[in-house]
Design a protein around this ligand. Structure first.
Ligand SMILES: [Zn+2]
Length: 309
């Protein structure tokens, strides 16, 4: 890992509050003088951009904002839809119980149906979104998404050393609030991103199964290049999947030509899964993942630049 990556890992893991983000941004500006802040949109997102998006052939992205700490893991099973639905219901149950309890109690106390109904609904929304979005910042965010941030930093250094040009880098804000920073970036760079490949790294440091989710245009144009650049090894298994039948909710969503990269674990019944994120156990930085992803991405970028007419 570069010195920059080490510093981010040791001193800038919590990036949720405005103050924490500002400290991170100031640090990044001091380390990378060409870094620009693009601020605007809903929640005044601050995306950090390095390089010229207009001229870029490929844009590498990763969200830098981090989440609230949750009492339960945010389990994601990209290929197991029944489990995803069941788990979603299971998590919502306590909030629904709270809502129903509130309504019954208020109905009993006030005998006013509308008051009880709307107050209970408000209690549900505030408690649900409060826990997920407005809770205490998680201090441990190694996988989600310090790993993606570090991947971009490492790739910046590799591209500089190897003279790979025409690559832009963007650190998205407010992914955890609903992919808000990346949607502002897309609005700002709409025509520039129409034909440009976006590769987004989110949760890449905990798990030996490398998952690549390609949307339709990306799979038509780049599937072969990805398959050649990322080959399964003794330790790492590659899964090239299509976005139409794979659930991976991150910033690549909505971009015209996009690929999501993440690291998964695999179990017999669950299939590919991601655990530990959004909890205090999010502490795993498998550097062999970082090396694997950076090597493959470098091969891919080199290959794509050879194919430029
Ligand atoms: Zn994430």
């Amino acid at each position: 890992m570069t010195e920059l990556s080490e510093k981010i890992l040791s001193s800038y893991q919590a990036r949720k509050t405005k103050k924490q983000k500002t400290a991170f941004i100031e640090f990044m500006k001091s380390e990378i003088p060409s870094l620009r802040v693009e601020e605007g949109g809903f929640l005044k997102s601050r995306n950090l951009v390095v390089g010229d998006v207009k001229r870029a052939r490929v844009v590498l992205g990763a969200h830098y904002d981090t989440c609230a700490v949750l009492p339960f893991p945010n389990l994601i099973t990209p290929k197991n839809f029944p489990f995803l639905i069941l788990y979603g219901i299971l998590i919502a149950l306590p909030f629904i119980a709270l809502m129903v309890g509130t309504e019954l109690l208020l109905n009993y106390l006030t005998d006013n149906f509308y008051f009880a109904y709307y107050t209970a609904l408000l209690v549900f929304l505030v408690s649900y979104f409060g826990v997920f979005m407005l809770g205490f910042p998680n201090k441990h965010t190694v996988n989600d998404n310090t790993s993606g941030v570090i991947t971009l930093c490492e790739m910046m250094e590799i591209c500089r050393e190897q003279g790979i040009h025409d690559i832009a880098f963007v650190f998205f804000d407010n992914e955890e609030m609903g992919l808000i920073g990346s949607s502002y970036f897309r609005k700002l760079h709409k025509s520039e991103m129409k034909d440009t490949l976006l590769i987004n790294f989110d949760c890449v440091s905990d798990g030996d199964h490398m998952l690549f989710v390609l949307n339709k245009p990306a799979s038509e144009r780049y599937e072969k290049a990805f398959a050649e650049a990322f080959v399964s090894s003794e330790k790492k298994t590659v899964h090239l999947e299509k976005a139409q039948n794979t659930y991976y909710p991150s910033d690549q969503k909505g971009f015209p030509v996009s690929v999501a990269v993440s690291a998964m674990k695999k179990a017999r019944v669950l299939g590919l899964y991601l655990d530990r994120i959004h909890t205090k156990k999010d502490t795993v930085m498998d550097e062999t993942n970082l090396a694997y992803i950076c090597d493959g991405t470098t091969r891919l970028l080199t290959k794509l630049s050879e194919n430029i007419p």
